[in-house]
Design a protein around this ligand. Structure first.
Ligand SMILES: C[S@@+](CC[C@H](N)C(=O)[O-])C[C@H]1O[C@@H](n2cnc3c(N)ncnc32)[C@H](O)[C@@H]1O
Length: 280
């Protein structure tokens, strides 16, 4: 099995605090009914979480479903250490196996005979240059009758209050730099098409849309801080400068706008996510 070359996870792992807000309820609600039925009717149900990152959704699945056994994979051993620490803190790490692997090499990494009742990926495909090839691997490791569950963002749907020109420019810059780094900013709306291209039966593809809204002071601090930091020193700034699509001064102004957004008690930010369920 050959590995498709990837630049890695373009945003990097220094600003992942915003990932740690994620739980099964706020980021995988579309899958909970399926998991409830599975866990009520199956002995030793299994879930594979690919691109688990800091693992807060993973650990949340384990907390909600005490008989669920989870394998959590990520490209980065560094982030897996954080995910394991989080699972330890919640007392669920005895039911989670953490492993570093590349989604493109999933079948080879897990072994031909290893299949799961549910294969889950949240906000991973959006970062990949060949999401269809990745989905082929995800589908291959689901049991016959098992499920593929993917949720991914539609980056163009970021919306804000206050709806300022500077935040709109920031959104356009985020789209351009994300796509230039090899990702697919329209991943959320593409999930169904990618699943069919990866070999799923169209009749079995179920699509939905879910949302996030960040409005509390704590949420504003974490999200505004992440977006400010990405534009001050992250790969978004470097890529924008390489592409010549924003100046240092324009990006410094965007960082200040995020500071103003964080301090504004009325401010909020929302986004939409495509949700895919396929029964194999
Ligand atoms: C936006 S984070 C999402 C993490 C987690 N699923 C969540 O929603 O909190 C994307 C994760 O995908 C991982 N990733 C990116 N490319 C990958 C690949 N080719 N194989 C496996 N994991 C990958 C990154 O290391 C990163 O941790």
């Amino acid at each position: 099995m050959s590995t498709t070359a990837e630049p890695g996870y373009a945003p990097g792992y220094t600003t992942t605090t915003h990932h740690e807000f994620r739980t099964a309820h706020n980021s995988a609600a579309y899958l909970l009914l399926t998991l409830e039925e599975l866990c009520a009717t199956t002995t030793n149900p299994t879930l594979l979480d690919v691109g688990c990152g800091s693992g807060t959704i993973t650990a949340s699945f384990a907390t909600l479903f005490p008989n669920l056994h989870i394998t959590a994979l990520d490209l980065s051993p560094e982030i897996l250490t954080r995910a394991k620490a989080h699972a330890d803190k919640l007392g669920v790490s005895d039911r989670i196996t953490f492993k570093s692997a590349n989604v493109y090499d999933l079948v080879a990494s897990l072994g031909d005979d290893t299949k799961f009742d549910v294969v889950h990926a949240h906000q991973m495909l959006v970062h990949l240059s060949d999401p269809v090839k990745a989905m082929q691997q995800l589908l291959s490791v689901a049991k016959f009758g098992g499920w593929l569950a993917c949720r991914d963002i539609c980056m163009r749907t970021f919306t804000f209050y206050p709806d300022t020109e500077i935040l709109q420019s920031w959104t356009r810059l985020q789209l351009a730099t994300h796509n230039a780094s090899g990702g697919s900013s329209n991943a959320g709306a593409s999930l169904g098409a990618w699943a069919v291209q990866a070999g799923a039966s169209r009749k079995k593809v179920k699509l939905g849309m879910g949302s996030w809204m960040y409005a509390s002071p704590e949420e504003r601090k974490v999200w505004g801080g992440t977006f400010r930091d990405r534009i001050i020193s992250g790969s978004m700034r470097t890529t924008a400068l390489e592409l010549g699509i924003a100046s240092e001064a324009e990006m410094d102004e965007m960082a200040k706008e995020w500071e103003r957004w964080m301090a504004n008690e009325d401010a909020c930010s929302g986004s939409l996510h495509g949700e895919l369920l396929v029964q194999k």
